[in-house]
Design a protein around this ligand. Structure first.
Ligand code: AVI
Length: 320
């Protein structure tokens, strides 16, 4: 049933995206099993600094982060949106258990299997920790939680995932997050910061071919799941960075005038020679914009945890 809903969402979104001008596909569909494996390859590239930066922040500042999160409160819920393998968060959880801080960890992820693996891993490594995983879309999954425990809530949204949202999606996400928070609740969000365009381009312009595979895998997914007949050799991947807006944009460009059929949708799509399909936004931020985003949604920036090169920030906000 869940699978069916996801497939029909993929169909609706694909139909909308490929009938738009300019054409686009939604980057949330990158992450099927193969896409998730390719993203692991991206994260392992030495040029993809984001993951290392956030690890550095969590390892070198774990005491300060845990102090700031738990300040004045020795029992709370730590809710992680898109927890995945929870590797970074485990650094904080270990420290909390060591300090006998009463934390209930609530990882939220779209994948049941990812959640089950994480719960199993944590029950082996940190048996004293309370863990209750929720499966589903972030805010859908969180509905039963709203206001139930009366405990302070701390939300984590790590890994620069917020940079993949459009402006409208960012507004919606932060409003929904804000409506789940009561005064004193906190959120910590990972933002990739503006920096030398060369450093950014090296991370995204594909020195090892992984970003190309990552984008083309979206078309493979449409071939498999929607009966499409994309010929991958007819598309080239292109990355650009605009230092003013902070937008890294990824496109697939059609190398030829071509028609692609999609059996499941009962429709064909025409691509002109050199026509771009917008695939992904990876936005870079500055501290001033982050503070404005916080204020616009009823939060105050409490602390900015940055790596030593100032490439990345885990920004801790408190609800007014
Ligand atoms: C998941 N997200 C934060 C990655 C990013 O950096 O925007 C996805 C990615 N796309 C290309 N490389 C990495």
């Amino acid at each position: 049933m869940e699978q069916q809903t996801i497939v029909s969402e993929l169909a609706t979104d694909t139909l909308r995206g490929l009938n738009s001008k300019p054409k686009y596909l939604l980057s949330k569909y990158f992450y099927d099993d193969e896409g998730s494996r390719i993203f692991q390859d991206i994260m392992r590239m030495p040029e993809y600094y984001l993951t290392d930066c956030e690890f550095e922040i969590f390892t070198s500042q774990r005491t300060q982060i845990v102090e700031a999160i738990s300040e004045g409160c020795n029992k709370f819920e730590l809710i992680e949106l898109g927890a995945g393998d929870g590797l970074k968060t485990t650094i904080l959880l270990e420290h909390m258990v060591e300090k006998s801080i009463g934390v209930q960890y609530i990882p939220v992820d779209i994948s049941e299997k990812t959640n089950a693996d994480l719960v199993k891993k944590l029950s082996n490594e940190l048996p004293a920790l309370g863990v209750k995983a929720l499966t589903g879309d972030y805010f859908h999954a969180l509905k039963p939680l709203n206001g139930h425990s009366g405990l302070r809530k701390i939300f984590l949204f790590l890994g620069a995932n917020i940079g993949n949202f459009s402006d409208e999606e960012t507004q919606l996400f932060l409003s929904q997050l804000s409506s789940l928070c009561h005064t004193g609740d906190k959120v910590m969000i990972g933002f990739d910061l503006k920096k030398s365009p060369e450093v950014i381009m090296n991370a995204y312009s594909d020195p090892h071919g992984h970003t190309r595979r990552f984008n083309l895998n979206h078309l493979v997914r449409l071939n498999k799941e929607l009966g499409a007949n994309f010929d991958l050799s007819n598309f080239e991947q292109h990355t650009s960075y605009h230092p003013g807006t902070g937008a890294v944009k990824s496109h697939l460009v059609s190398l030829t005038d071509q028609k692609v059929d999609m059996e499941e949708l009962g429709q064909s799509f025409h691509f002109d020679k050199w026509e771009p399909v917008f695939m992904e936004l990876s936005r870079k931020f500055d501290l001033e914009t982050i503070a404005i985003m916080a204020e616009n949604h009823g939060f105050k920036v409490e602390k900015q945890f940055m790596d030593k090169r100032n490439y990345f920030v885990d920004s801790l906000w408190v609800k007014d």
